[in-house]
Unconditional design. Structure first.
Length: 190
Protein backbone atom coordinates (compact mmCIF):
# COMPACT_ATOMS: atom_id res chain seq x y z
CA UNK A 1 0.00 0.00 0.00
CA UNK A 2 1.02 3.64 -0.32
CA UNK A 3 2.01 5.83 2.62
CA UNK A 4 2.05 9.21 0.91
CA UNK A 5 4.38 8.75 -2.05
CA UNK A 6 6.08 5.76 -0.41
CA UNK A 7 5.18 2.27 -1.61
CA UNK A 8 5.20 -0.33 1.16
CA UNK A 9 5.58 -3.75 -0.45
CA UNK A 10 5.85 -7.19 1.14
CA UNK A 11 7.75 -10.05 -0.46
CA UNK A 12 5.22 -12.90 -0.96
CA UNK A 13 8.07 -15.40 -1.58
CA UNK A 14 6.23 -16.73 -4.63
CA UNK A 15 5.71 -15.68 -8.24
CA UNK A 16 2.60 -13.59 -8.78
CA UNK A 17 1.02 -12.80 -12.17
CA UNK A 18 1.17 -9.03 -11.57
CA UNK A 19 4.35 -8.08 -13.43
CA UNK A 20 3.61 -8.94 -17.06
CA UNK A 21 3.47 -6.61 -20.04
CA UNK A 22 -0.32 -6.33 -19.78
CA UNK A 23 0.05 -4.96 -16.23
CA UNK A 24 2.80 -2.57 -17.39
CA UNK A 25 0.45 -1.28 -20.10
CA UNK A 26 -2.35 -0.86 -17.54
CA UNK A 27 -0.14 1.42 -15.38
CA UNK A 28 1.38 3.36 -18.28
CA UNK A 29 0.05 6.92 -18.41
CA UNK A 30 -1.97 6.57 -15.19
CA UNK A 31 -1.78 8.78 -12.11
CA UNK A 32 -0.19 7.25 -9.03
CA UNK A 33 -3.36 7.37 -6.90
CA UNK A 34 -5.66 6.03 -9.62
CA UNK A 35 -4.23 2.51 -9.64
CA UNK A 36 -3.52 -0.10 -6.99
CA UNK A 37 -0.20 0.32 -5.15
CA UNK A 38 2.52 -1.29 -7.27
CA UNK A 39 6.19 -0.79 -8.22
CA UNK A 40 4.88 0.08 -11.71
CA UNK A 41 2.88 3.00 -10.25
CA UNK A 42 6.05 4.37 -8.66
CA UNK A 43 8.03 3.85 -11.88
CA UNK A 44 5.30 5.54 -13.96
CA UNK A 45 5.24 8.55 -11.64
CA UNK A 46 9.02 8.94 -11.88
CA UNK A 47 8.91 8.52 -15.67
CA UNK A 48 6.10 11.08 -16.06
CA UNK A 49 7.82 13.64 -13.83
CA UNK A 50 11.10 13.17 -15.70
CA UNK A 51 9.34 13.84 -19.01
CA UNK A 52 7.17 16.70 -17.73
CA UNK A 53 9.72 18.56 -15.61
CA UNK A 54 12.85 17.47 -17.52
CA UNK A 55 14.52 16.71 -14.20
CA UNK A 56 16.30 13.64 -12.93
CA UNK A 57 14.21 11.34 -10.74
CA UNK A 58 15.19 8.80 -8.08
CA UNK A 59 13.55 5.65 -6.81
CA UNK A 60 15.00 4.40 -3.54
CA UNK A 61 14.40 0.71 -2.89
CA UNK A 62 15.05 -0.08 0.76
CA UNK A 63 14.31 -2.93 3.13
CA UNK A 64 15.60 -5.82 5.18
CA UNK A 65 17.41 -8.84 3.79
CA UNK A 66 15.02 -10.93 1.70
CA UNK A 67 12.49 -8.11 1.35
CA UNK A 68 12.64 -8.23 -2.44
CA UNK A 69 14.67 -5.09 -3.16
CA UNK A 70 16.62 -6.56 -6.08
CA UNK A 71 13.48 -7.98 -7.68
CA UNK A 72 11.60 -4.69 -7.27
CA UNK A 73 14.47 -2.81 -8.93
CA UNK A 74 14.42 -5.32 -11.82
CA UNK A 75 10.68 -4.75 -12.31
CA UNK A 76 11.16 -0.97 -12.31
CA UNK A 77 13.86 -1.30 -15.00
CA UNK A 78 11.62 -3.58 -17.05
CA UNK A 79 8.83 -1.00 -16.74
CA UNK A 80 11.07 1.81 -18.03
CA UNK A 81 12.34 -0.35 -20.89
CA UNK A 82 8.80 -1.24 -21.95
CA UNK A 83 7.12 2.18 -21.68
CA UNK A 84 10.04 4.06 -23.23
CA UNK A 85 9.54 2.00 -26.40
CA UNK A 86 13.14 2.54 -27.42
CA UNK A 87 14.60 0.48 -30.22
CA UNK A 88 17.42 -0.55 -27.90
CA UNK A 89 15.17 -1.25 -24.91
CA UNK A 90 15.84 -4.97 -24.85
CA UNK A 91 19.54 -4.35 -25.32
CA UNK A 92 19.92 -2.02 -22.34
CA UNK A 93 17.55 -3.93 -20.08
CA UNK A 94 19.18 -7.23 -21.03
CA UNK A 95 22.65 -5.83 -20.39
CA UNK A 96 21.72 -4.42 -16.99
CA UNK A 97 19.88 -7.61 -16.03
CA UNK A 98 22.69 -9.78 -17.48
CA UNK A 99 25.13 -8.11 -15.10
CA UNK A 100 23.06 -9.30 -12.13
CA UNK A 101 24.41 -12.89 -11.99
CA UNK A 102 27.96 -11.53 -12.03
CA UNK A 103 27.20 -8.94 -9.35
CA UNK A 104 25.39 -11.57 -7.25
CA UNK A 105 28.25 -14.03 -7.58
CA UNK A 106 30.77 -11.51 -6.28
CA UNK A 107 28.58 -9.66 -3.77
CA UNK A 108 25.96 -12.13 -2.52
CA UNK A 109 26.18 -14.81 0.15
CA UNK A 110 23.99 -17.22 2.08
CA UNK A 111 22.78 -15.77 5.38
CA UNK A 112 20.42 -17.19 7.98
CA UNK A 113 17.59 -15.14 6.45
CA UNK A 114 18.27 -15.43 2.72
CA UNK A 115 20.20 -17.94 0.59
CA UNK A 116 21.10 -15.19 -1.91
CA UNK A 117 21.50 -12.09 0.23
CA UNK A 118 23.09 -9.00 -1.33
CA UNK A 119 25.97 -7.93 0.89
CA UNK A 120 26.50 -4.60 -0.88
CA UNK A 121 24.53 -1.58 -2.05
CA UNK A 122 23.81 -0.90 -5.70
CA UNK A 123 23.18 2.43 -7.44
CA UNK A 124 21.79 2.11 -10.97
CA UNK A 125 21.53 5.17 -13.19
CA UNK A 126 19.42 4.79 -16.33
CA UNK A 127 20.04 7.26 -19.16
CA UNK A 128 17.25 8.52 -21.41
CA UNK A 129 17.44 10.51 -24.65
CA UNK A 130 15.38 13.64 -25.51
CA UNK A 131 12.45 11.41 -26.51
CA UNK A 132 12.63 9.63 -23.13
CA UNK A 133 13.89 6.35 -24.56
CA UNK A 134 16.52 4.37 -22.67
CA UNK A 135 19.98 4.87 -24.14
CA UNK A 136 22.18 3.33 -21.46
CA UNK A 137 22.75 2.51 -17.83
CA UNK A 138 25.53 2.84 -15.28
CA UNK A 139 25.81 0.71 -12.16
CA UNK A 140 27.89 1.53 -9.09
CA UNK A 141 28.33 -0.56 -5.99
CA UNK A 142 29.12 0.49 -2.44
CA UNK A 143 29.40 -0.85 1.12
CA UNK A 144 30.57 -4.37 0.27
CA UNK A 145 30.65 -6.39 3.50
CA UNK A 146 34.42 -7.06 3.37
CA UNK A 147 34.58 -8.82 6.75
CA UNK A 148 32.61 -11.75 5.27
CA UNK A 149 35.73 -12.79 3.32
CA UNK A 150 37.50 -13.82 6.54
CA UNK A 151 34.60 -14.51 8.92
CA UNK A 152 31.08 -15.88 8.57
CA UNK A 153 28.60 -16.37 11.37
CA UNK A 154 27.34 -19.87 12.11
CA UNK A 155 25.00 -21.19 9.38
CA UNK A 156 26.21 -18.48 6.97
CA UNK A 157 28.57 -18.69 4.02
CA UNK A 158 31.23 -16.69 2.24
CA UNK A 159 30.55 -15.00 -1.10
CA UNK A 160 29.18 -17.29 -3.82
CA UNK A 161 32.20 -16.63 -6.06
CA UNK A 162 34.54 -18.63 -3.79
CA UNK A 163 32.33 -21.73 -3.98
CA UNK A 164 31.96 -21.29 -7.74
CA UNK A 165 35.74 -21.09 -8.14
CA UNK A 166 36.18 -24.28 -6.10
CA UNK A 167 33.52 -26.09 -8.11
CA UNK A 168 35.31 -25.01 -11.31
CA UNK A 169 38.87 -25.79 -10.16
CA UNK A 170 39.15 -28.91 -12.32
CA UNK A 171 38.05 -27.18 -15.54
CA UNK A 172 40.85 -26.57 -18.06
CA UNK A 173 40.10 -22.83 -18.17
CA UNK A 174 40.91 -22.55 -14.46
CA UNK A 175 44.09 -24.66 -14.33
CA UNK A 176 46.30 -21.56 -14.51
CA UNK A 177 44.67 -20.22 -11.32
CA UNK A 178 46.08 -23.22 -9.40
CA UNK A 179 43.08 -23.37 -7.09
CA UNK A 180 43.73 -27.02 -6.20
CA UNK A 181 43.61 -27.99 -2.54
CA UNK A 182 44.37 -24.51 -1.20
CA UNK A 183 40.75 -23.48 -1.53
CA UNK A 184 39.01 -26.79 -0.88
CA UNK A 185 38.42 -25.84 2.77
CA UNK A 186 35.64 -23.57 1.56
CA UNK A 187 33.66 -26.57 0.35
CA UNK A 188 33.39 -27.85 3.92
CA UNK A 189 30.92 -25.03 4.66
CA UNK A 190 28.55 -25.94 1.87
Amino acid sequence: SFVGIVLVAINPYEQLPIYGEDIINAYSGQNMGDMDPHIFAVAEEAYKQMARDERNQSIIVSGESGAGKTVSAKYAMRYFATVSGSASEANVEEKVLASNPIMESIGNAKTTRNDNSSRFGKYIEIGFDKRYRIIGANMRTYLLEKSRVVFQAEEERNYHIFYQLCASAALPEFKTLRLGMKFMFILLCS
